[in-house]
Design a protein. Structure first.
Length: 246
């Protein structure tokens, strides 16, 4: 019984030792692969470009009020013709003018005791807007500031701030993303070289925020910004890149 027990113990020890050797052989290569997989760096690169808007959209509105609906409409129709003549004389191409439909509001009297609105009609308010979309950005910008001159003609005219757009965005988007990727590579190289390393191949790249902001703005949004209030703008492209480390 003692011999058998010793023999069994020897066999068990041999099996355990063999198992350790086999495990070591199996795990050696995956462990090395795992370590290599961790030898990477992820950085964010960006590229900026200043642009000038090449399209402007401007809108103005005018209104009339009367106790007689046909009179209010007739007056508004005359105002629309005056607005068109004024804008064309200012240099706006007639094909760039778009007049909206006429909106009508019915006005009711209010009870002097309760302040509540009654069903008694006191008049009508009618309004219409005009929109100009043009490549002549400077001219329309000037007109947007001067259009209240129409008030001198008895027109209740309101000018709204112009909206500015850049129509060639798709033409430069790819180039800007490429510049952002180059910036990411330069940043990664600088960081890795500081510790004696060197970056290798690009493992992955993902486009980050692509936004248009006013000049000198530091605004950032996860969803991107598309500024339409400024004539002069700045485009920012961001790329998140992962590089292998050699």
């Amino acid at each position: 019984m003692i011999v058998t027990s010793s023999k069994n113990a020897f066999i068990s020890a041999a099996i355990i030792a063999l198992a350790f050797v086999v495990c070591a052989l199996i795990l050696a290569r995956p462990l090395d692969t795992f370590v290599n997989a961790k030898k990477s760096i992820t950085v964010t690169g960006s590229a900026k470009k200043q642009i000038r808007s090449d399209l402007v959209v401007w809108q103005g509105s005018f209104s009339r009020q009367s106790d007689d609906l046909p009179k209010a409409y007739a007056a508004l129709k005359q105002d629309a013709e005056k607005v068109k003549i004024y804008l064309v004389k200012k240099g706006v191409n007639q094909k760039d003018l778009v007049f909206s439909a006429v909106f009508t509001d019915t006005l009711y009297s209010s009870d002097p005791k309760t302040g509540r609105m009654t069903r008694d009609i006191t008049g009508y308010a009618m309004r219409q807007s005009v929109e100009v979309s043009s490549k002549d950005v400077d001219r329309i910008t000037t007109i947007s500031r001067e259009a209240t001159e129409l008030i001198d003609q008895g027109i209740l005219f309101q000018s709204f701030p112009p909206r500015y757009f850049y129509t060639k965005l798709n033409d430069i988007k790819v180039d800007m993303l490429a510049e952002a990727a180059k910036d990411a590579a330069a940043r990664a190289e600088k960081m890795v070289s500081a510790t004696g390393g060197k970056i290798g191949f690009l493992r992955s790249a993902k486009m980050g925020v692509f936004q248009i902001t006013p000049l000198n703005s530091n605004a950032v949004s996860d969803y991107g910004i598309n500024d339409t209030s400024s004539l002069e703008k700045e485009i920012t492209a961001v790329v998140n890149a992962e590089f292998a480390i050699q």
